[in-house]
Design a protein around this ligand. Sequence first.
Ligand SMILES: [Zn+2]
Length: 589
Amino acid sequence: MIKKLCLFLALVPTFVYAAETLVIHAKVITVDPMRPVAEAFAMENGRFTAVGTNEEILKLKTPTTEVIDLKGMTVTPGFNDAHLHPQAIFEEDSPYYRVWLGGDRVKTIDELVAALKRKAAITPAGKTINGYGYNDVLLGRHPNRHDLDKVSTTQPVSITHGSGHITAVNSFILEAAGITNETQDPAGGALDRDLDGTPNGVIRESARGLLSKGRPDVRGTGSDERAAIPHDQERQGYLNCFRQYSARGITSVGVAGGSPTSFRLMQELRDAGNPVRVGFMFSVGSFDALDAAGIKQGLGDDRLRIISLKNFQGNSLSGRTAWLSQAYADRPDYFGIPPARTQEKLDADVQKWWDAGWQVATHSNGDREIDMVLTAIERAHAKNPRPDARWRIEHASVMNQALLDRAKKDGVILVFHSYMWEYGNVLASYGPERLAMMHAYRTAIDMGIHVAGHSDSPISAAYPLLRIQDMVTRKSSDGVARGANQRVSVDEAIKAWTLDGAYATFDEKDKGSITPGKLADFVVLERDPREVALETIKDIVVEATYLGGRKVYTAGDKPVAMVPQPPMNFGDANFGDGDEEENTNGSNH
Ligand SMILES: [Zn+2]
């Protein structure tokens, strides 16, 4: 053996002296600027050990080395979805399945009512009939209590908009929650009303908190739906979700907000073999408990680690509640819903978390919201400067040059959406001027601002190839491009979904490129996304996903039907952005 080692050392003038596994005859997009393309690489103990030509790498072969010949297929680093909300996935016949109402399945109010009726027929008395993901633009309007009363008047019916920011309920729930025409709109929220002032069941933003003031025995009025699912089934449902991510080539995710209960579940999943690395953001509502326990970001391992605090200052882009400096293009008197928290309170909160040593990741969409967040960041920074801060703004959707300049100055990472595919028609109401600075990848990358790709799943599909296609085409499923000036190249999009995602969690030394020394997380693609028609990137087959050098997904494996994920609920243990102190939102984008 020693002799053999010496031989290798003589042949290869690097630190590499053997390899468990070689991958050869691949088209490797390394995302490593030092060596952007390669044909082959070697792995040992879960990490890449060498990257090079077939000839160079084959020299590392020993009698026990496994050689994987990819026959010309393309390899990229494993995809990193910087911000999403895992949801337990159940088969459609499961009692825990919630009805998917997205535009690919439901295009009219009648179809929506019919889909919910089918679920009602198999839902036991007293249980809520849940649906999620509806697209009001496609439907022509939001479904209201009059529609949902056609589903049931004796059982709770609760559905959420694709944004996760707007809930529509039937009369049964309104009554149980005690919502009448006397009920006022709370700060940061709104109740849609019939002409006579009676709430029509469409409930926006913080007004959804009114539901939890209802009868706790009525599900859908804010009681913890999750508690109703047996724990082992729930755990399995979440594993299904992570396997689905893995089947799309995802090897790392940022879980964007959760409670200690959610974190405990994440630990169980890790121990049960979760094939995806999890960076966990605690919702800021958990800050005091974490601080008392002496826990801060960085704790954990490469399978599950605490990465930041998830804060909230603002509303929804696709729900069109984001607070804007100029009125919405189609409603001249409407600027969105202002956040409930004042600048003063935001400054104090941000300073407290920052001083305790946390990376703060703040959800913010409208330009007026982003302005508040940047102001808080600037003030915290001025009082307590910290090198390499890496503040994050999640979504940062409606941008302008002045805001981008400020983000650049403070080294703020912008975690942009890329969901024109799903929401292009909805976003049209922002008007061409704002669309030209929405999800401003092109401008930000040109300015040297760090960006990171994310799906916010289930808001948009946790499907990196579709998201990358979105970034390079800006086209929605109906073929219309919006904000086309913000298009980026395929290479830039891949980098946002790999190396830049790793940077956002201080992990760029360990993840994000195919570089000797980094974790051997990679994806095998049937074709090179740079060489297909841009509108077909989403159709490229993910042939295999590897985590730490181990194959965790093979094309054809279908551990669970590829159905969309169920929605967030209101309970404590969801993985939504729910900040128990500041708002009652289940999920946001
Ligand atoms: Zn989110």
